[in-house]
Design a protein around this ligand. Sequence first.
Ligand code: AMP
Length: 177
Amino acid sequence: MKIILIGIQGAGKSTQGNLLTNKLNIPYLSTGHIFRDMAKEKTPMGRYIKETMNAGFLIPDDKTIEVVEEYLKKSEYQKGYIMDGFPRTLAQAKKFHNGIDKVFYIEVSDKEALWRLFGRDENREDDTLAAIRKRIALFHEVTEPVLDYYKEKGALVRINGEQSVADIHKEIMSKIS
Ligand code: AMP
């Protein structure tokens, strides 16, 4: 089972991804985590990724696709995965041919997401208000076309993300089986 989770930052993708990974026993993978690890490397590429993330911009498509394809070659992902944070642009979606079963769009308003993110106790280094606003703006601009792409393929499921964590999980599970 190959599942993609899409939504703005603060929608609850990683919470739902972790619940799904335990329930379905398939690995969870997040491009945000991968890039945060790469940003720690003291190399020109590491520094470039760090600066890009801290500004809330996206890593270029070619680099992102290369990194994801390399990851997905690992044996643990051969039977399936829950992917959070990719694809995020139409170009990434079009280049990604991996037999996706379902794409869940966890939908919350920008206002709700901002409330949630600023209620968090621990913030990541790349979580400044400016970077979060930039990420949300980029979502509407470049990620929303990805939703139409998967809708046309009949893979898109929209989930109301403004319910309780348990209800969102239940709704996702009901669409899987
Ligand atoms: P996230 O944890 O999903 O919010 O991702 C954090 C940051 O990692 C983003 O703001 C981007 O800079 C980078 N990133 C993660 N996934 C992608 C992607 N699919 N394409 C480009 N950049 C990405």
